[in-house]
Design a protein around this ligand. Structure first.
Ligand SMILES: [Zn+2]
Length: 362
């Protein structure tokens, strides 16, 4: 098990404190493990049913709060038959728990005692919760203007909150400075986070008994989107599914760097001057994983889409009318279904990820 640079191919051991390659390239993770049906522990009602496929050696290092194996709820909306994957039911209220449980378990195994992270919301709350569970000190750099409910959640887990003035990017810069003396448990840079989110795809395959035709997800930095891509790719390589689902990534129009790159036909996203959006979880003007997200969209014959604020709010409300209360960030994916009328065919299976709870959003 090791990291490999996605740009120059240089390899790094799992123990490295570097969070990106010396050339500036993103790390990819090579587990050397192939998916197989036989290793799934079907009696375990969490994502740790895929324990044999996750990069933790000893059971005592598994840091779990019962995450994963979220319900797949069949529904009809905007003329489509869809399955909602209820990721907002995670222990801290978002899909980020998939990434945090795996990342923090590996860090516990490596004997890490202090981590730094930057996030304005769900990722920080999740890292803070799993660090509390693992006995690891977490120092979280947050924008000073972040949502009070999310800040309160991060703080109650005992994480040290460091408010940073200015745009979201300033918190990342501050965390990266602090990473000289502590492990940078970044949900954006560390590929172990995506090792956790790939279980999203495994579960859908188990729950449906096949791969869906389409998967629609909100995209900020793409940590769930890339997990879905890698997970379905694992299943395809193991011969368990015939076709990759088409992956549709959705952004808020006010901040849509990956969508704009898709429309231009570019290989990577350029940073944008963003406007205001209620979808704070994907308010990422400078996405780290733009290139790999665009590649995954292309390889699955998918699309990037963008929706406006009125569509986001009305979809959040329409979903709540079905008993599902999610944050505006998650409603973005539901809103996109209206724009996919001519793309999704009747009789196809479409899964939409409901990524975060409405209880802690504005
Ligand atoms: Zn490199």
């Amino acid at each position: 098990m090791r990291y490999r640079c996605s740009v120059c191919g240089q390899e790094y051991p799992l123990e490295t404190r570097q969070w990106q390659c010396e050339c500036g390239g993103l790390f990819e993770f090579e587990s050397g493990i192939q998916f197989s049906d036989e290793v799934v522990q079907r009696g375990v009602p969490t994502l740790w049913r895929y324990r044999a496929l996750l990069p933790v050696h000893e059971d005592r290092n598994v840091v779990s709060l019962g995450e994963g194996f979220t319900p797949l709820v069949r529904s009809e909306i905007y003329g489509h038959e869809v399955w909602f994957k209820s990721e907002f039911l995670g222990p801290t209220g978002s899909f980020k728990d998939r990434g945090a449980t795996v990342l923090i378990s590996v860090l516990k195994e490596l004997g890490i005692s202090t981590v730094v992270e930057d996030s304005s919301g769900n990722a920080a709350a999740s890292i803070a919760a799993y660090c509390a569970r693992a006995g690891i000190h977490a120092r979280i750099f947050v924008p000073a203007h972040a949502s009070p409910a999310k800040l309160a959640q991060i703080a109650i887990y005992g994480a040290e909150l460091v408010p940073i003035e200015g745009p979201r990017e300033n918190s990342a810069v501050a965390a990266q400075e602090a990473a000289r003396d502590a492990y940078y448990a970044s949900h954006n840079y560390n590929p172990l986070f995506v090792e956790g989110t790939k279980t999203f795809a495994y579960e859908i395959w188990e729950q449906l008994g096949c791969a869906p035709d389409n998967v629609v997800l909100p995209v900020g930095n793409g940590s769930l989107f890339m997990g879905a891509y890698i997970g379905f790719k694992d299943l395809a390589e193991a011969g368990l599914i015939d076709n990759m689902p088409r992956l549709f990534g959705v952004q808020a129009k006010a901040c849509a760097p990956i969508y704009e790159a898709f429309v231009r036909g570019d290989e990577d996203a350029r940073p944008v001057e963003s406007g205001k959006t209620a979808a704070e979880g994907i308010h990422i003007a400078r996405p780290v994983r733009g290139r790999v997200v665009l590649r995954a969209v292309g390889q699955t014959d998918g699309k990037m889409l963008a929706v406006d604020e009125a569509e986001i709010r009305s979809s959040q409300s329409d979903l709540a009318q079905q008993g599902l209360f999610v944050e505006p960030t998650s409603a973005v994916a539901v809103a996109a279904l209206q724009r996919l009328a001519a793309v999704l065919e009747p009789g196809q299976m479409t899964v939409v990820g409901l990524t975060g709870s409405g209880l802690k959003s504005d």
